[in-house]
Design a protein around this ligand. Structure first.
Ligand SMILES: Nc1ncnc2c1ncn2[C@@H]1O[C@H](COP(=O)(O)OP(=O)(O)OP(=O)(O)O)[C@@H](O)[C@H]1O
Ligand SMILES: [Mg+2]
Length: 296
């Protein structure tokens, strides 16, 4: 199942929400969620977590793009195929995982290079040959800005679910949403479910927002949350404000591991459960060929 997360303008928190969404996906022993940072304008995750891409040439978006050019079977050398037969690790079943690194906390991420030229080329290739993306049971793709006509927008058409993140306090974001909503809504013709995640405080009701956004539903309200955003960036500090300390204490009474006292994490968890409900795990659509995508 592919869940694409994108924006139309600005930086409303796509990478943060995509990361939190993958990290809070309902997991089973067979489900290893992967976050793919397929942002053609360049990635942030490696920098956030102090990862030096030169030390990890066999992982990341460029490595995924190179492997995507080859048919699935051809990406496995005879040696890896023999290993795979005896291998019970998740990457034996999910070739996508071979290009991922594991962040502290366990989330697997395919990080984009910071260089937009490199990242853009890789996204172009993956949008043309997305089979490896579908090899994950649950793949959350940070598409970055997906304005119509971009490689990011082409990636959206390969998704099962598309989440458009928008900050409606910004009048520019609101206008862009109004202008692009009909194209986004047309994704439904390709069997892509489309919904909105509205970040920050917003005085409008879900119904009012949907009305100006071609009836695209609001799936999530993502509150402004310094603690949650810092956790996602790998810069988490213990809660300082009394309100946050009380919320943490209350959440951990029921579940000592819970991070849901942080509003961003709680919103991501709710969104992951909603997306999980849309489609049974393992129900995958057939991959469309690039010509079909262009025609759509
Ligand atoms: N809900 C939130 N509350 C507080 N800060 C947030 C939230 N979401 C994101 N941020 C912060 O806002 C900044 C931008 O977030 P992020 O990189 O996730 O946005 P983006 O839409 O992916 O941006 P870009 O288009 O540059 O890739 C980051 O510093 C992040 O920590
Ligand atoms: Mg981003």
């Amino acid at each position: 199942m592919i869940i694409a997360v994108c924006s139309l303008s600005g930086s409303p928190g796509v990478t943060s929400l995509a990361t939190a969404l993958a990290a809070s996906w309902p997991s089973t022993p067979l489900t290893v969620p992967v976050m793919v940072e397929a942002d053609a304008s360049g990635g942030d995750v490696a920098a956030w977590h102090g990862i030096d891409p030169d030390q990890r040439p066999d992982s990341g978006l460029v490595s995924l793009a190179a492997a995507s050019r080859a048919p699935l079977q051809a990406t496995m050398t005879p040696q890896t195929r023999t290993q795979t037969d005896a291998d019970e690790t998740p990457s034996a079943f999910t070739p996508l995982l071979r290009h991922a690194i594991e962040l502290p906390g366990g989330l697997r991420v395919v990080a984009a290079p910071a260089d937009p030229l490199e990242a853009g080329r890789a996204v172009d290739v993956i949008a043309q040959t997305p089979a490896l993306l579908s090899s994950g049971r649950v793949t959350v793709v940070d598409v970055g800005r997906a304005v119509p006509g971009s490689a990011g927008a082409a990636l959206l058409r390969h998704a099962d679910v598309a989440v458009v993140v928008t900050d409606l306090n910004d009048v520019g974001h609101a206008q862009r949403l109004r202008a692009c909503a009909p194209v986004l809504a047309s994704l439904r013709q390709d069997e892509v479910r489309v919904g909105l995640a509205v970040t920050g405080p917003c005085p409008h009701s879900d119904a009012e927002i949907s009305q100006v956004a071609a009836q695209i539903p609001v799936w999530s309200r993502v509150p402004w949350d310094e603690s949650g955003a810092a956790l996602v960036r790998g810069a988490h500090r213990p809660a300082a404000r009394i309100r946050d300390r009380l919320a943490a204490w209350w959440a951990r009474r029921g579940d000592p591991e819970s991070l849901e006292w942080m509003p961003l994490i709680k919103a991501a968890k709710g969104l992951s459960e909603l997306c999980d409900d849309f489609s049974g795990i393992g129900v995958a659509r057939p991959i469309r060929r690039p010509q079909e995508v262009e025609a759509a």
